[in-house]
Design a protein. Sequence first.
Length: 183
Amino acid sequence: MRPLSSVDEVFALLAGGGGTAYFGEPVSVLEHSLQAAWFVECGESSSALIAAALLHDLGHLLHREGEDAATRGLDTRHEELAVAALGEHLPAAVLDPIRLHVAAKRYLCFAEPDYRAALSPASQESLALQGGPMSAAEAEAFLALPHAREALSVRRADDAAKVQGLKVPQLGAYRALVESLWR
């Protein structure tokens, strides 16, 4: 995976591949990304956290495993693909929540008894491939990581961002925000 070289390239990837199905969910990857960014933005979060929510699933557009990867027992490690593609250009305040949003799901399954049952079927399926709920020791270590709390915010937005037909700002509305963080 080569790093993405510009905001233009990132937005072209989201606009081009983002219209595809989102792994068993009722929205496309782009719709999901825009909804996640909007939910975080409504919480009056930082620009970095809004960007992290927008870009958290970019790795799904980078792997070549297909929509049925989880069904075939594959963890695409999409969070790591996204960080590898963006890592040269965005600060840790954006990259860490992206990297940790899968771990945040595992943490929440450990910390909140009702959380797992509320996950979408696709998220429950991928959870097993991603290591399942954390142990107490893993949860403690997770919370000690930089930007772990921010990753929990991205995770909650990720879980909510699966609403078919929800009207949210379009991709262009986030361009200046991502450009302001790009280096």
